[in-house]
Design a protein around this ligand. Structure first.
Ligand code: PGA
Length: 247
């Protein structure tokens, strides 16, 4: 499985960042899963040696700028040069700042142009009885997939993160049965842009209140290829416990 740790802005010091990385290195050595750590920009450069066995470095965002006069932007080239291999795009917390599907598609293109794997976050804000939320999901997937070349489409990772389930507790996360249904739906959407065979190979992660207490049942019943973990990834004992629950 692919287990991506989205540190968001929880980690405030290099000391804490180093402790999390040291522990993840030990975990990764003994794990059959691939761990991806996504620190904030200031901490990414602390770990140039990442990319060891089962451990990869991720970024939480990427600029559409390619370099030069672009104050405050962090480019794909810069991320690549620091050993980053995954980039989260379209996270709901970025969408909430005004990022549109079109901008997210351009970020995914930038990532791929720099040989970085985009982890495209999609997910409905709320649910409704007539299932119009499925249209929201369709628009998010379609905007990005249709902006990529057919060959590049197969290289992305999807993270299904229903916004209503983010940053809560295991009790409020999605149920394994509902998750399995959504994963099937997303795979069907993917198959509109790539062959059914290629769609089956695209990794789909789940994110939203994954904790040690629910990760195993979600892995067993949810038909997912991994997880995107927020708050449970920034505490060493909790994250260790969570990864061990999957072993
Ligand atoms: P959470 O965040 O695990 O804290 O719910 C997940 C995410 O937003 O990526």
């Amino acid at each position: 499985m692919l287990i991506a740790a989205n540190w968001k802005a929880y980690v405030e010091t290099p000391t804490k960042a180093r402790a999390l990385v040291a522990s993840a290195k030990r975990l990764a050595l003994r794990s059959k899963h691939t761990l991806v750590l996504a620190p904030t920009y200031p901490h990414i450069g602390l770990f140039p040696g990442a990319g060891k066995k089962n451990l990869a470095l991720g970024a939480q965002d990427i600029s559409i700028a390619e370099g030069g006069a672009a104050t405050g932007e962090v480019t794909g080239k810069q991320l690549k040069s620091l050993g980053v291999s995954y980039v989260i795009v379209g996270h709901s917390e970025r969408r909430a700042t005004g990022e549109t599907n079109e901008l997210i598609a351009r970020k995914a293109q930038q990532a791929i142009a720099n040989k970085l794997t985009p982890i495209l976050c999609v997910g409905e804000r709320t649910r409704d009885a007539d299932a119009t939320y499925l249209q929201e999901l369709r628009a998010q997937v379609t905007a990005v997939l249709s902006a990529l070349t057919p060959k590049d489409r197969g290289t992305i990772v999807i993270a299904y993160e229903p916004v209503w389930a983010i940053g809560r507790s295991a009790r409020e996360a999605i149920t394994p049965a509902d998750l399995a249904e959504m994963i099937l739906y997303i795979r069907k959407l993917l198959a509109e842009h790539v062959t059914v065979k290629a769609a089956a190979k695209i990794k789909i992660l789940y994110g939203g209140s994954v904790e040690p207490g629910n990760v195993r049942e979600l892995a067993e019943g949810g038909k997912v290829d991994g997880f995107l973990i927020g708050h449970a990834s920034v505490d060493v004992p909790t994250f260790t416990d969570l990864v061990k629950k999957l072993s």
